[in-house]
Design a protein around this ligand. Structure first.
Ligand SMILES: NC(=O)c1ccc[n+]([C@@H]2O[C@H](COP(=O)([O-])OP(=O)(O)OC[C@H]3O[C@@H](n4cnc5c(N)ncnc54)[C@H](OP(=O)(O)O)[C@@H]3O)[C@@H](O)[C@H]2O)c1
Length: 287
């Protein structure tokens, strides 16, 4: 396993095993971060309509392709439909807009960012299915290579599978030490759906990168806390989305393929207790 390794999604498409997250203000900061990430070896770039930076992400991807002698199919670009564009017609518009803003001929993956849920929508099931129908259309036309979801709980995911034709390839979930959603990851994988981890470092104030157990484990392997966290996810076969604007952090976070956490250390990280994070509940989040 190395930084060029991929998983095969349930539709046969390949996805890199580590990704780069882009919740970064649009403009030069995002362009530079994406270019640094690709130059360092990241091949999966994760954005979303809601991040309001697709133009900059697209610019970074295109420039990095030129500057590093790569081709478009070396890079896996994900974006997502936001909650105000659920439903068949609006989702089609959202896909068109994302393609345009990114300046790409196709998307590697498109996700429903948040499910419509029971709390806010009596017809949540129909809404999710009609959003999905638009995505299936673009998938069948080859303009999106893989379609998936984010933040779906078990019943939302299994309902969507029953209500539609193409199975989601990925469920992107909040997943990090202190908030390892094992049940959520397991139900996805039991359905043949790969899991991606958002906010792998726990978000502002979570203390994940200052956790004393993680730092102690890192010292043993001569690795930083962030490298231990990424490696922990890689060993669980969960795709981390590591975000940084610092060029040193960007390359360090991918330098995780020369060590292996032993089962005891994996267990210690699994057992880190819940701390205040940015957890949102898929059943109540305003979608
Ligand atoms: N689907 C969803 O609902 C959803 C929600 C949230 C996020 N996401 C995705 O997940 C990605 C990651 O989440 P996130 O951006 O919220 O946060 P994150 O990746 O958990 O954490 C980013 C923070 O960690 C710091 N950091 C990164 N590497 C470091 C290192 N080696 N040493 C020290 N500090 C380091 C960064 O600071 P520096 O920049 O200074 O390195 C930044 O402040 C997002 O960018 C997005 O693509 C998806």
């Amino acid at each position: 396993m190395d930084k060029n390794s991929t998983y095969t999604l349930n539709n046969g498409y390949q996805i890199p095993i580590v990704g780069f997250g882009t919740i970064i203000p649009k403009g030069v900061e995002t362009v530079d971060a994406v270019k640094n990430a690709i130059a360092s070896g990241y091949r999966l770039i994760d954005t979303a309509t809601a991040y309001d930076n697709e133009e900059s992400v697209g610019q970074g991807v295109r420039e990095a392709i030129d500057e590093n002698g790569l081709s478009r199919d070396d890079i896996f670009v994900t974006t997502k439909v936001w909650n105000d564009h659920h439903g068949y017609k609006k989702t089609k518009q959202s896909i068109e807009d994302s393609l345009e803003r990114l300046g790409l001929d196709y998307l590697d993956m498109y996700l429903i960012h948040w499910p419509a849920n029971k709390m806010w929508h009596e017809d949540w099931r129909e809404i999710n299915a009609s959003t999905w129908l638009a995505m299936e259309e673009y998938y069948k036309k080859g303009l999106i290579k893989a379609i998936g979801v984010s933040n779906f709980d078990g019943s939302q995911l299994s309902s969507l599978i029953v209500d539609s034709e193409v199975k989601p390839v990925v469920n992107q979930l909040e997943y990090h030490p202190g908030f390892a959603q094992r049940k959520a990851a397991d139900y996805s994988r039991d359905l043949g759906v790969n899991v991606e981890a958002w906010r792998a470092f726990g978000g502002p104030g979570s203390g994940v990168l200052h956790d004393l157990d993680i730092i102690k484990i890192g010292k043993k392997y001569k690795k930083s806390a962030s490298q231990v966290v990424i490696r922990w996810l890689v060993q669980k076969e969960i795709i981390p989305l590591a975000k940084s604007t610092n060029p040193d952090h960007i390359s360090d976070n991918l330098d995780v393929f020369d060590f292996e956490l032993n089962p005891e250390d994996m267990q210690i990280i699994d057992g880190i207790s819940y701390r205040k994070t940015t957890f949102f509940d898929p059943e109540t989040y305003h979608s």
